[in-house]
Design a protein around this ligand. Sequence first.
Ligand code: IVH
Length: 665
Amino acid sequence: MSVEKKINLLRKELHKHNYLYYMLDKPEISDHEFDKMLKELHELELQFPEFDDSNSPTQRVGSSLNNNFNSITHSFPMYSLENSYSSDELIKWKERLVKVLNTENISYSCELKLDGVSISISYKNGKLAQGLTRGDGNSGDDVTENIKTINTIPLETLQKVEYDFDIRGEVIIEKNDFIKLNDKKIKNGEEPFKNPRNTASGSIKLVSSKEVRKRPLKCYFFQIISDSNPFKTQSESLNALKKLGFNISNTHKYCKNIDEVFDFINYWDKNKDKLNFEIDGIVIKVNSFSMQKQLGYTSKFPRWAIAYKFQTEQATTKLVNVVYQVGRTGAITPVANLKPVLINGTIVKRASLHNEEQIQKLDLYENDILKVEKGGEIIPKIVSIDYRLRKSNSKKIAFIKNCPACGSLLTKNDDEAQHYCMNSNNCFPQIVGKFKHFISRKAMNIDGFGTETIERLLKENIIKNFSDIYNLKVDQLVKLERMADKSAQNLVSAIYKSKSQPFHKVLFSLGIRHVGETVSKKLSDHFGSLENLMSASDVEILNVDEIGDKIALSLKKYFQEESNLELLDKLKHVGLNFLQKKSENLGNKLLGKTFIVTGVFEKIDRTNLKEIIVQNGGKVSSSISAKSIVIVGNNPGPSKMLKAKDLGLTPISFEEFINLYEIKI
Ligand code: IVH
């Protein structure tokens, strides 16, 4: 037998035995025999690197090379799910479906909502090509090397698949594995992990995949996405995916009507604790794919699916005091400090009280004994108070009249629940909040600015408005406490890079009231530039899809204020984008070309470079092939560089890329 054949045979056998062991729990060979085969394969691979395959079972062991988690655009966005908490809400959802679909005859696929970290994996020619985290839903981090170490994720499908597809699933740690993991940590004198979910999400982002391998991660899959999958329903697709070797929980159920959905919910509400993994509800999906298509998506959720959340766990504790936070818009949020208490595996110390009305409704007194509840990501909330345990001399909690930061008298509009401090230009936490928003990931994305640094720079009058950030020098920053030379240099280069953020992000970063991420994108798409937006009439603004009175008024107010106009002028002067680059104008110069982007670039943010490639018709990938074009910055990923060298590719710099393809930025 030729060496190549032998290698391929070993790989096939090992893939099969991995499946039998991890997914069917029916091993046919001993662990020892498995390890022997793996060793034999590993030795052959070392001897004959020409037969390397990034999906070989030997790749599961991971490496200690650094991951650099490139951010990659999802081929299909990753939406989240709308939540429901009662049968009434579910019935209302069903009624909406009936209305759109014009039929009562709707069947469902009911599934458990596993509580872990979601992952999207693309398979090409039946082979694992890339694994991405959810990220912001539009683009996620490339964690391919890490997920390959998870045995319940097939490196190849069991049968040939002609079409390419993405598959979505949840990476979790099962309860018994979590206990074992923590036992080990405690034995080693280390701090135990808090809960399975956070441990899973931390593990998937570890820098060394060899370390990821040591975490007992499992993946359950629940959704296939492809332009050309042959399935007609969700249930059918799950059964077929199982046959292809994907780990599908056998708890999913076809329900022919909403009554059967309720039976499923009631069953799991009673029996969820018997499961070996944590769930935070049930997912109900319209079973037919053609109906799903008809229903479509809102900007956040699919209309064809909904999550049903079980009543969450509650705990009793004591109120320590109420403090008041000042947000960037001046909104005052009362927060209850509580005696720490454990709920669902996490320690709860605080609960949001939202506003004055909430405090009144609860009828909150000092030192009250109360019940708190925590569900999923939701901030813990106070659900009830045990009035019997209240001491007779206790004082009622009275809402503050003045801003806790600057002392200004608070105001409240009758039609709003929140109190506001109107001293927006001089109230310190508001100013800090505005800067924090400006630099945040979804806005100007300037990494390396901690809250402390911002506060220091503001206190020392080094920055007064956003434009001052762009004049910061390394020697000014190193003078700050806890700012090393390297961090200061990185910060200055992050500031420089942020100048390439597109117009809609600049608009969002300004923090204009009611102008969030989606609204900024809509306004930028519609008007194309700040100039057009500023000169637009109310009617023109209101004509933009989903833009209402509140937003139009807020924009008008913002543009009327002299200090804002001065700021915009300065920001323009330092070189921020106030003009939207139209993707259709960029052409198709890179059509048919696939790029690998690795390393850190001085002149451009990596995410923006990738966007430019896509806008010019090119593709961005994380797996190198002989046809890839590698654009390389400082500190490139070592595994990528090795692979490029192996394939005889000559990497190009960012400048070479621009010149070679005549790319306009
Ligand atoms: S379907 C279009 N099915 O819940 C949304 N999600 O809150 C598709 N999740 O991001 C999601 N189990 O990580 C779906 N059986 C299941 C799920 C599930 C857990 C997670 C998933 C998703 C999140 C949404």
